[in-house]
Design a protein around this ligand. Sequence first.
Ligand SMILES: C[S@@+](CC[C@H](N)C(=O)[O-])C[C@H]1O[C@@H](n2cnc3c(N)ncnc32)[C@H](O)[C@@H]1O
Length: 264
Amino acid sequence: MDSDCPPLVDHLLAPSGGLIYHLRALRHRHGLWAPFHRVVAGWLAGWLAGWLAGWQPARRELVIVGPNAGYALPDGFLARFERVTALEPDPLARWLLARRPDAAQLAFARLDCLTTPDGLAHLAARFPDAAILFSNVLGQLNAPADDWQTLLARHLAGHAWASYHDVISTRSAPTRDTPCAVSTAENLAATLARFWPGGELEVTDHASFRLAGDAPCRYAIWPIARRRWHLVEWAAHAPLKEKPGRPEFPCPQGGALPRGAHEP
Ligand SMILES: C[S@@+](CC[C@H](N)C(=O)[O-])C[C@H]1O[C@@H](n2cnc3c(N)ncnc32)[C@H](O)[C@@H]1O
């Protein structure tokens, strides 16, 4: 354990994750959440194949931050790596994750890399060769300094990392829910208009839009409950020395909002 980085503290009742999340997963993962989980499986497959991050050689080691019980991870995903380390504060989630059939190489670490300004620097130093997956967690926690985009650029520029995370949540049903890729640097209002075209939209902003800067990203709708929708972003970064001359990203061209956490 890094001496000056706080350890992950167990929690079962936190607003992000915890028992409520397990109950929701029990209820929705094979129904309401299933189409979104299929989209996540596609993003992860693309990341492993290299075409979602521009280009990225196979990594033998993966660190997953906030996997919970792996509800959104497709079967077999963990087995693609020789070593997988999960950073997850929920003890029930850890227990369930460790029992997945693909978890033979799984270990847990107690590093809390999300609550101090230099947490990501400690993560980078402790796992210098690992690919890092932030598993729907960066939209749940306030950045401990600046914002997540700045911290990721500052501390993980030399790592291959990817994140899917809530960008906004709302009680307004989207009129379009087809996942899309955005390769131009458009603003949040323009991205929202792809799913909620026209008119005003009341949202909770999770302060996690375009975490990989100007790199192309992807979006999908996650209906987390019957009357609550999240817009989820997929962002990925490959270290400069590993990028090819021309990034491969086969995608078409494409408010002032309050801040909040996961809705119950
Ligand atoms: C919204 S859940 C996402 C769960 C899962 N990855 C998914 O996509 O369904 C956020 C997860 O982040 C975990 N989490 C919260 N704070 C964390 C921290 N400081 N470090 C790592 N994980 C954290 C929570 O326990 C929870 O499992």
